[in-house]
Structures are given as structure tokens and as C-alpha cells.
Design a binder for this molecule. Structure first.
Ligand SMILES: C[S@@+](CC[C@H](N)C(=O)[O-])C[C@H]1O[C@@H](n2cnc3c(N)ncnc32)[C@H](O)[C@@H]1O
Length: 188
């Protein structure tokens, strides 16, 4: 990720567009399925404050170790200072947020069942999958997220995967393999 940051992330990337990053607009974000923190790192690198929530203790420990290590690298300190990790189940954390602490964006990238091409899945993702299995409560998390956010919920999916719920996204941003379903929220 340090290498990728040196190459520079772009506000035009699908992930950045999906969360609504613009020239002078850096939304506050809760990444409610942090995993190994790759997407959160990109968002923080582009200038957003990101709260990372991860419920699997082994993943949270690995992620915390990565954040500490990265913080020793002066090129990464700015980015890491925008990332706050909590080991918690988002389904329990989000309902306790008071309205003034609702983020602009809640980002979801749950683990979901994959097809027989799973051998092609990157090694890191395979490791996460072995530890956490499939996130079968992802739709419940999505439903809570919609009620605890100021502007939008963004769900990352494989390009041909079904939507996370029966709700139709407000718009979709995709690249050849990945799709970001964006659900705009009217004020509560
Ligand atoms: C596919 S990985 C996320 C990868 C991440 N976007 C990245 O870029 O590294 C999904 C992660 O979400 C976590 N997760 C799923 N449901 C969660 C919940 N309700 N609360 C906290 N973490 C959750 C899983 O434990 C798993 O580590």
C-alpha cells in the first residue's frame, strides 16, 4: 500500500467517486467492514477521516499491527493519523451513535459467498475468508447503516454479484471486476 500511495491514488478512482470525494470535499467515513484496511487506507490517503470497525479479533490485531508499523514510516504518518481502528461488531456499534456523530458515509465490503474461481482470489483475501467465513448478516448491517449515516452508504460488490438487499441503489460505479452500489440517504 505504501508503494501504491507513492504512485498516487486518484479522486477519479471508482472508490473515491463512490464515497463522494471531490476537490474540496473529504467526507467523514465509517468503514464498518475494515478487514485488512486496504480500502480505508486509500480513502485516508485521499484526505478522509476514516473510522475502521472490525469484529474478528485476529484480523483486528493484524490490522492494528499494520497501522503501528505504517506509523513508523514518515511517508505514511499523515494517512495513518486519519485512521482510527476499533475492534467491535458494527451491528452493535452503529445503533449507539448519536446523531452528531453520524458519518457522512458508511462503507461496506462484506465477505460474501464466491464461486469456483475462488482459487484465483488474492492470498490476503483468502486468509481473511478462512478466518471470518462469509458475512451472512451483511444485509442486517446494511439496514442499520442506512439509519446511522448523513449522506450515503456505499457497498462494494463483485461486478456480477446481486445487490446486498432488495433496495435499488441510487447509482452504481463500476470497473471491470468491482461494483460500488451507492445508496443516497435523505436527512433523518
Ligand atoms: C472482505 S473483508 C473487507 C476488506 C477491506 N475492505 C479491505 O480493503 O481490506 C470483510 C471484513 O469485514 C468484517 N466484518 C463483517 N461484518 C462485520 C461487522 N458487522 N462488524 C465488524 N466487522 C465486520 C469481517 O470480519 C472481514 O474482516
Amino acid at each position: 500500500m505504501a508503494y501504491r500511495q507513492r504512485q498516487g491514488f486518484s479522486r477519479r478512482d471508482p472508490l473515491a467517486r463512490a464515497v463522494g470525494i471531490k476537490k474540496d470535499c473529504f467526507p467523514t467515513i465509517i468503514d464498518a467492514t475494515a478487514g485488512l484496511g486496504r480500502d480505508a487506507f486509500i480513502l485516508a490517503s485521499l484526505g478522509c477521516q476514516v473510522t475502521l470497525l472490525e469484529r474478528c479479533p485476529a484480523i483486528a490485531v493484524a490490522l492494528q499491527a499494520g497501522l503501528i508499523k505504517a506509523n513508523n514510516n514518515s511517508d505514511l504518518q499523515h494517512t495513518i493519523s486519519r485512521m482510527q481502528l476499533q475492534e467491535v461488531n458494527s451491528i452493535e456499534y452503529l445503533p449507539n451513535l448519536s446523531p452528531e456523530n453520524y458519518p457522512d458515509v458508511i462503507y461496506l465490503d462484506p465477505m460474501y459467498p464466491i464461486n469456483s474461481k475462488s482459487a484465483l482470489v488474492k492470498q490476503e483475501l483468502r486468509l481473511v475468508r478462512e478466518l471470518v467465513g462469509d458475512d451472512l448478516d451483511a444485509e442486517a448491517l446494511f439496514t442499520i447503516a442506512l439509519q446511522r449515516v448523513k449522506k450515503r452508504v456505499v457497498v462494494k460488490r463483485h461486478r456480477h454479484a446481486p445487490t446486498i438487499s432488495a433496495l435499488t441503489p441510487s447509482h452504481v460505479i463500476e470497473n471491470p471486476t468491482i461494483r460500488f452500489d451507492v445508496y443516497m440517504v435523505t436527512q433523518h
